[in-house]
Design a protein around this ligand. Structure first.
Ligand code: AMP
Ligand code: GLY
Length: 447
């Protein structure tokens, strides 16, 4: 045994984060044959049920967590959420001799500063919406009156996914500027404000594993951001996802690779911000081709839940290779030809006010009785009697995979009814857009 109490032949992994994305990363790593010992900070009850130990002491800062990781012989740390990446967790871990998957602070600015990422795209000719950046409301208003609506107004910094307002009227645009500059609803994240051309087209999320130079592209996913069926109602963190999205054809993926992925990784190296980790390319497929809506510096949630079950590899090896700058072509990395669908079960009222503390039943039964179903926890907690309760807006993600999209959708929705909690809400059309496209394509072929 070593200091941390783990067996010497086992490598130890620390996962930072507590959502469905982090639970999906854990389950994906558990699918490989490699014996691993898992820790999570802070983790969630689902991760704990899967054998992951939660770091059970208060952590004061990244240095403190790095000290804990060194004391417990952690071989690899994987960071889920954007905030620790933007705040420099990777830099602190590396300075303390640890191997960590994720971009360094200066590279994470691709997400944490839209002013930086838009500037980079402009400088290197990467397709995206035309834009201007403003630090005063007067200058922003002057520009608004010059270009008019529609326009998209964005806080440059991190705003928990809420800092983007798509404005179709002058009133909406003026209100967005008031909120950002005067009412400071996004605080310092809106010290700089981006105003950009509104693009139209369907969106897709394309994940790229990068060691700085070499990369692997994961199956393209489609998120469902609006709370209601048919993309109606307010935006949420994402109500479900499926992959691969047939919208992203081979040709489109080739264009995304050549026009976006290769240039941005090259540009980051050129700017001395080598990008190691997961690069999330939020793409809109416009009439002029694929354009970048945003870059994120981490896996998406809930897309990760729908993407990782489709990949066969030794994730420990892949994450470590990215972290160490050696994602060489010899590493086994196979994309399944099937489909995966992940349906979020949310608390009634989300994304507005919702109640917490409702008993959850059925998750373990669902997983035990189906080999093609996972349920990833996000907003869950255990009470003092170890009963599972809701503890967030997005409670869990019921995920099914199959050879074809129709079966994956049907399997996911079959078991959604077997997970119970008061006020359970879910969209009923996750994956439907993809299925409709596949049907259109097959009827075009047969006609
Ligand atoms: P972001 O956080 O930048 O991805 O923006 C959130 C959402 O706002 C995107 O997923 C799009 O649906 C929408 N959006 C952002 N930028 C634009 C744009 N330039 N044109 C149209 N929609 C946009
Ligand atoms: N699903 C959107 C995101 O993770 O940013």
């Amino acid at each position: 045994m070593n200091k941390g109490g783990t067996l010497d032949f086992m490598n130890s992994v620390l996962i930072v984060g507590s959502g469905g994305r982090e639970h999906a990363i854990l389950k994906a790593m558990l699918r490989s044959d490699r014996p691993l010992c898992f820790f999570a900070y802070p983790g969630n009850p689902g991760m704990e049920q899967d054998g992951c130990m939660l770091v059970d002491r208060k952590v004061t800062d990244f240095k403190d967590l790095a000290d804990w990781a060194n004391q417990n012989d952690i071989d690899l740390t994987i960071v889920g959420p954007e905030t620790p990446l933007a705040e420099g967790i990777v830099d602190v871990f590396r300075e303390n001799g640890l191997t960590i998957f994720g971009p360094a602070k200066r590279a994470a600015e691709l997400e944490s500063s839209k002013q930086f990422s838009k500037g980079l795209m402009k400088k290197y000719g990467i397709p995206t919406a035309r834009y201007e950046a403003f630090t005063t409301k007067d200058a922003a208003l002057e520009y608004l009156h010059k270009v008019g609506v529609p326009i998209v107004i964005k806080a440059s910094g991190l705003a928990a996914g809420k800092g983007v307002v798509v404005c179709d009227t002058m009133e909406q645009a003026q209100k967005a500027l008031n909120d950002m500059f005067d009412n400071r609803v996004f605080g310092a994240a809106a010290d700089s404000v981006i105003m950009e051309e509104k693009m139209t087209g369907e969106e897709a999320s394309i994940f790229v594993l990068s060691d700085g130079k070499n990369f692997r592209i994961l199956p393209a996913a489609q998120d469902h951001k609006a709370v209601g069926d048919g993309d109606t109602g307010p935006n949420t963190g994402g109500m479900g996802a499926y992959a691969p999205a047939p919208l992203v054809t081979k040709d489109i993926l080739h264009r995304v690779e050549q026009e976006i992925i290769v240039p941005v990784l090259d540009a980051m190296r050129e700017e001395d911000r080598t990008y190691r980790g997961l690069l999330y390319c939020g793409i809109m497929l416009t009439d002029d081709g694929p354009k970048v809506v945003e870059f994120n510096c981490r896996f998406g949630d809930p897309e990760t839940q729908a993407v990782l079950p489709l990949v066969k590899c030794d994730w420990y090896e892949i994450f470590k290779a990215c972290a160490e700058g050696d994602l060489h072509p010899g590493l086994q990395f196979e994309i399944d030809r099937g489909y995966c669908v992940s349906v979020i079960l949310a608390s009634k009222g989300y994304p507005g006010n919702y109640e917490k503390g409702k008993f959850i039943t059925g998750i373990e039964d669902v997983e035990h009785s189906h080999s093609n179903i996972d349920v990833y926890h996000s907003g869950t907690v255990l009470d003092e009697d170890d009963r599972l309760l809701t503890n967030g807006g997005r409670v869990c993600a019921v995920t099914a995979w199959s050879d074809n999209l129709a079966d994956a959708i049907a399997d996911a929705y079959l078991v959604v009814g077997d997970v119970h909690f008061e006020g359970k809400y879910f969209r009923k059309d996750i994956g439907a857009k993809g299925l409709a496209r596949l049907h259109r394509e097959s009827s075009m072929v047969s006609n």
